[in-house]
Design a protein around this ligand. Structure first.
Ligand code: S3P
Length: 448
């Protein structure tokens, strides 16, 4: 088999990724190491910054988003060593000891930085903070965290009654609440739990379905008293907490591994081994969905590393079939829906994804963007109010497609292009560096 030709063209800091599939076909082989988990990287930096003493982080994701978190918490007074994957040292200031920065805290593209940090800032009495983000982030709803924080007594101002950044926060001594979140969102849950760290009594969050639980796990590891009720999807923090610096080992990001799982599952003749992937059950919806579609994925060498389950994932090509993805599994694969839509393009039958309207308020409106971009490639996709309907087996032909500056869209389109005839031009492909700086290099290697 010939290799796919993967080239990059950079003009004015915008990158076009060109994928040219050889006429004779392609197959992907090799061993891949995916970068550190984005959610865990943010949390390790944040908890390290507010804990007492030193936190050592191994395997930190060096993407743009965690870099924003590190920059913000440095401005807030934490001493964070130069970022690298081997070892990052965070000298924490101790709970409630962040200092008021003279600069605006710029979260860039990172919703996790802004929403989680807001919980910490709002509970710092006598400090005033301003936060903002890029063109995408200032259009994403912040009312989902501003509302419960305000119920706790926080003072938050922003555009449209505090719903959109830029935001200003006057820290306060907060009071505990029991918040019934209307959405299953780890960002909302974590924001409230973080605000509860300095708050007297039990701060509790109940969500309609369980979202990723990295905050609960890491808070416990740092010494906070956390109570979990799996029956009601509730998490409680008992405040005021004591946090002590820890050693954190960040596993590979299953959301990044998802691109290779779908690549190998859809490109005939492929086999990839993806080592050291976090397989926390609140994140493995993608494995279950692909297995429902008949994918050949084996979890090898299962182990627990620093409180998080980890495995090596071996994936082999096999014809996929359509399935229906909806309900409680959605929060467990929320970031993988763009790449699942790509898997569905190459599956037999019609895949229906529902209950995923949250995708409309991600880095882009992922339902609208994926529907239009996959249609450009020739896929049969219908955009639903809360999902997508994708009929597989259409002939897919390379053309110009747009990432809309959304990292997961850029990478999903690159994987779709591996099965497209001719050349695909993915514009604004540099967005991949938000969560996967080496994505294109790895793509070149596995195609090579
Ligand atoms: C994240 C939670 C999810 C996810 C995001 C990261 C986190 O967002 O989409 O990429 O680290 O807590 P929501 O909580 O808004 O669903």
């Amino acid at each position: 088999m010939n290799a796919a030709i993967v080239t990059r063209k950079i003009t004015d800091s915008q990158e076009t990724l060109i994928i040219q599939r050889p006429k004779s076909g392609l197959c992907l082989n090799g061993n891949i190491q995916v970068p550190g988990d984005k959610s865990i990287s943010h949390r390790a930096l944040m908890l390290g910054a507010i804990a007492q003493g030193e936190t050592i982080i191994k395997g930190l994701l060096l993407g743009e988003d965690p870099r924003r978190t590190a920059k913000c918490f440095s401005l807030l007074g934490a001493n964070i060593s130069e970022l690298n994957t081997e070892l990052v040292k965070v000298q924490g200031v101790g709970l409630g000891q962040l200092k008021e920065p003279s600069q605006v805290l710029d979260c860039g593209n990172s919703g996790t930085t802004m929403r989680l940090m807001l919980g910490i800032l709002a509970s710092h009495p006598e400090c005033f903070f301003t936060v903002t983000g890029d063109n995408s982030l200032v259009q994403r709803p912040m009312s989902r965290v501003a509302k419960p924080l305000t119920q706790m007594g926080a003072q938050i101002w922003g555009r449209q009654g505090g719903s959109f950044a830029p935001l200003a926060i006057q820290g306060q001594k907060l009071k505990h609440i029991h918040y019934h979140s209307p959405i299953a969102s780890a960002q909302v849950k974590s924001c409230i739990l973080f605000a509860g760290l300095m708050t007297e009594g039990k701060t509790m969050v109940t969500e309609p379905a369980l979202s990723r639980d990295h905050s609960e796990r890491m808070l416990q590891a740092f010494g906070a008293q956390i109570e979990i009720d799996p029956e009601t999807n509730s998490a409680t923090v008992v405040g005021p907490a004591q946090l002590k610096g820890q050693n954190v080992v960040v596993p590979g990001d299953i959301s990044s591994a998802a691109f290779w799982l779908v690549a190998a599952a859809t490109v005939p003749g492929s086999e990839l081994l993806i080592s050291n992937v976090g397989v926390n059950p609140t994140r493995t919806g993608i494995l279950e969905a692909l297995e429902m579609m008949g994918a050949n994925i084996v979890q090898e060498n299962q182990r627990v590393v620093a409180g998080e389950p980890v495995a090596d994932l071996r994936v082999r090509y096999g014809q996929l079939r359509a399935c229906e993805i909806s309900g409680g599994i959605i929060p467990r694969l929320i970031d993988e829906i763009p790449i699942l839509a790509v898997a569905a393009m190459f599956a037999e039958g019609t895949t229906v994804i529902r209950d995923a309207s949250e995708l409309r308020v991600k880095e882009s409106d992922r339902l609208a963007v994926m529907a239009t971009q996959l249609q450009r490639l020739g896929a049969k996709v219908t955009e639903l109010p809360d999902g997508l309907e994708i009929t597989g087996g259409m002939s897919v032909t390379g053309t110009d497609v747009e990432s809309h500056g959304d990292h997961r869209v850029a990478m999903s389109l690159a994987i779709a292009a591996l099965n497209a005839n001719g050349s695909t031009y993915i514009h604004e492909a540099e967005a991949a560096s938000i969560s996967y700086p080496d994505f294109i290099t790895t793509l070149q290697e596995v195609c090579g």
